[in-house]
Design a protein around this ligand. Structure first.
Ligand code: NAP
Length: 332
């Protein structure tokens, strides 16, 4: 039987995930809930979803929903992830899973208490290019890994309220900086063989809006393996998004990481390995399905494990504590 999804919130990314479920092999769309019955019904019609609800509570009471996809603004993630787990639903919750390490612990406790699946929706981690990156580092193709440089930002002149409003969890660090910390930690994990690593040192600076929201932020981490990471993110920053990993023998460059919009549909992803003698190798990864379809199928395939191995609970905890420290460093 297919995994029956209920969508909790009917916003921008919920629509992308709905398309993904329609493209998936192991899942189906069963219901959608929004804070207004009209919006839920319009969304249901758009994606041919059988049931729509005007409250999130009704979705959680639906016995035909096995798994819930939570895509409210960040501050409501913890509350609804806990309520969904307490209702016996499996949970895929958008990133960042919560606003703080302490809340991440509370959500994980709820999943454990109710014996349900829980995963933070870091879909990029399951992209085959990230497996290639990990394998290249593990194989020693870069020599000893020394540094990582990762950027994720967008130049938003009319940024949505959820990015500019503190009460809605605004700021670049929580919205896109969380990918930078996750990727830098992934590199350290591959280089050291450790799991769910956390930085030894964290420092940072940000350009803060008058209400304290970080519009542009930079971070410096010292990670296990004595790997230095520079992170750059923001929502009022027109820079390219890239990943660079530097070893003492070679460097790896990904010009278009899997998290950027253009790389989410099925297709070919590329990275370039450049050795210190100037020799280059172009490495490709091919996907047959879009990233959200793959994510939905990944959840279905790992329901019995209760966690996704690439985005485990320990991973979410380690990333949450890193974000707490970065935010503290910038005074956000
Ligand atoms: N994985 C990814 O690729 C990706 C991409 C973008 C965003 N995200 C994450 O997904 C989440 C939502 O982002 P989005 O871009 O989809 O935002 P959005 O378009 O603003 O949608 C958010 C939805 O949350 C619901 N909501 C519940 N309480 C709310 C409140 N107090 N104020 C405003 N909305 C409220 C609203 O849905 P209803 O009223 O319709 O219920 C709204 O449609 C964020 O946590 C973000 O980090 C992930």
């Amino acid at each position: 039987m297919k995994l029956r999804w209920g969508l909790l919130a009917a916003g921008t990314i919920a629509a992308e995930f709905a398309k993904g479920v329609l493209e998936s092999d192991l899942c189906e769309l069963t219901a959608v809930a929004a804070r207004s019955a009209e919006r839920a019904s319009a969304f249901a019609e758009r994606f041919d979803i059988g049931k729509s609800y005007g409250t999130y509570e009704e979705l959680l009471a639906d016995d035909e929903v096995d798994a819930v996809y939570i895509s409210t603004p960040h501050p409501m993630h913890a509350e609804w992830a806990i309520k969904a787990a307490d209702a016996g639903k499996h949970v895929l919750c958008e990133k960042p899973l919560t606003l703080t390490y302490a809340d991440t612990e509370r959500v994980i406790e709820a999943a454990q208490r109710n014996d349900v699946f829980l995963m933070e929706a870091f879909m990029y981690r399951i992209h085959p290019q990230m497996r290639q990156l990990r394998e290249l580092i593990e194989s020693g193709a870069l020599g000893e890994v020394r540094a990582v440089d990762v950027t994720f930002s967008y130049a938003s002149t009319e940024a949505p309220e959820r990015l500019t409003d503190r009460a809605l969890g605004g700021g670049g660090i929580l919205d896109v900086g969380c990918y930078c910390t996750s990727l830098a930690r992934l590199v350290s994990e591959a280089a050291t063989g450790l799991e769910a690593v956390e930085p030894i040192e964290v420092s940072g600076m940000a350009r803060l809006a008058p209400n304290g929201v970080d519009e542009v932020a930079m971070g410096l981490l010292r990670l296990p393996g004595d790997i230095l990471a520079q992170l750059s993110c923001g929502f009022r920053l027109a820079q390219d998004d890239h990943i660079r990993v530097y070893g003492d023998e070679a460097q790896l460059y990904i010009a278009r990481p899997p998290w950027i919009h253009g790389m989410r549909p099925a297709g070919v992803s590329k990275m370039v390995l450049t050795r210190s003698n100037g020799q280059t190798e172009h490495i490709k990864a091919q996907t047959e399905k879009g990233l959200y379809a793959a994510e939905a199928d990944y959840v279905a395939a790992h329901i019995a494990d209760r966690q996704g191995p690439e985005v485990s609970w320990q991973e979410s905890l380690a990333n949450a504590r890193t974000l707490d420290r970065w935010l503290a460093a910038v005074g956000g």
